[in-house]
Ligand binder design. Structure first.
Ligand SMILES: Nc1ncnc2c1ncn2[C@@H]1O[C@H](COP(=O)(O)OP(=O)(O)O)[C@@H](O)[C@H]1O
Ligand code: SF4
Ligand SMILES: [Mg+2]
Length: 330
């Protein structure tokens, strides 16, 4: 990428969910996203990976303010849209148009009582993007065409479609408002393997045509390694490593990323490192009661006393390559 203009800046973003404790009136918090900081460049695809439950969906939804953040700061194209310290929380309507999401489960995200035309048209209505019915109908038809559906589909209901077609409707709905940034939250993981690559290719083509920026979430690094410019790795609510896609896959420096990658077969002949499968012991701890110090210490083969006490910060280890691990302090 030639141009490295920051579109989104995320600083110390937190999202906690209050839940009931075991005792009466006791409140506890699921620390789903804990102090995450990174930037997203205009026009890039930033892949976001990590095991199920590590906070990917929560982070994606909190960035676009579908979830109200607990604290931190979000700057969109130079304008702070959320800042818990300065108490900035702007009217989100114009930003809702710029930032959209494609959900993981297309059938659950489409209202079964609405036709496909109504689902796509609703987004146009909320933002008052069409002045009359003809323009609205034409716009809906164009959008359906852009995602590989046709005009007759507008009068049908979501249950009449396959999973892949439903996801195309979800993509048309996201595109309707001409967004700049889209959170693609595991958009293919609920689809048949046979059509996953069609949908990914379509998203890639649409990105080029419409100059879109993607945060592309996947639980499996092999899904995003080819389509992402950069990849961020999350563990238990935190970003542990972030680098250019090739760099991250060929020279992972964080023990957790190394273990994730050791489980992925790499057909790339350039990646000729002698790779050993690193098996992690134990389950992911609960974000209700995360480990002290480095959140990964309970499963890390290199953990020391310092790791149990002190949280490592995400630091730039080499140009553009960030990681949070005490081992790397030398
Ligand atoms: N609405 C919610 N209320 C309480 N806990 C939640 C809620 N949404 C997600 N969580 C919890 O937050 C953590 C992160 O979840 P999520 O962001 O869905 O992870 P991922 O997308 O990586 O699988 C999980 O422990 C999950 O159970
Ligand atoms: S800080 Fe310690 S526990 Fe955490 S990843 Fe690095 S070596 Fe492992
Ligand atoms: Mg998720």
């Amino acid at each position: 990428m030639n141009e490295q203009k920051v579109l989104l800046e995320i600083e110390n973003l937190r999202k906690y969910f209050p839940v009931k404790g075991e005792k009466l009136f006791q409140k506890k918090y699921v620390q789903a996203v804990e102090s995450v900081s990174f930037s997203i460049f205009r026009g890039e695809t930033l892949g976001l990976v990590g095991e199920s439950g590590c906070g990917k969906t929560t982070l994606g939804r909190t960035i676009i303010r579908l979830y109200e953040p607990t604290s931190g700061r979000i700057v969109y194209d130079g304008t702070p849209i959320y800042d818990s310290e300065q108490k900035i929380s702007v009217d989100m309507l114009p930003y809702r148009r710029k930032m959209q999401i494609i959900f993981q489960d297309p059938s659950a995200s489409l209202d079964p009582r609405m036709t496909v035309g109504e689902i796509v048209g609703e987004a146009l209505d909320i933002h008052k993007l069409c002045t009359n019915k003809t323009e609205r109908r034409e716009r809906i038809n164009t959008l359906l065409d852009e995602v590989g559906l046709n005009t007759e589909h507008a009068n049908r209901f979501p249950h009449e479609f396959s999973g892949g077609q439903q996801q195309r409707v979800g993509i048309a709905r996201a595109l309707a408002v001409e967004p700049e940034f889209i959170v693609c939250d595991e958009p293919i993981s609920a689809l048949d393997v046979s059509i996953q690559s069609q949908v990914v290719n379509m998203l890639e083509d649409l990105q080029v045509e419409k100059h879109l920026t993607y945060l592309f979430i996947a639980h499996d690094i092999s899904v995003v390694r080819h389509i992402s410019n950069r990849i961020g790795v999350m563990y238990l609510g935190q970003m542990v490593e972030l680098a250019e896609s090739y760099e991250l896959c060929s020279h992972p420096v964080h023990p957790y990323t190394q273990s994730l990658l050791s489980a992925v077969p790499i057909p790339d002949p350039d990646v000729t490192r002698a790779r050993q499968r690193i098996l992690l012991e134990g389950d992911i701890p609960s974000p209700l009661n995360p480990p002290t110090g480095c959140r990964f210490h309970t499963r890390c083969p290199y953990a020391t006393e310092r790791c149990r006490q002190e949280q490592p910060k995400l630091k730039e280890q080499s140009p553009g390559h960030f990681a949070a691990c005490h081992l790397l302090d030398g």
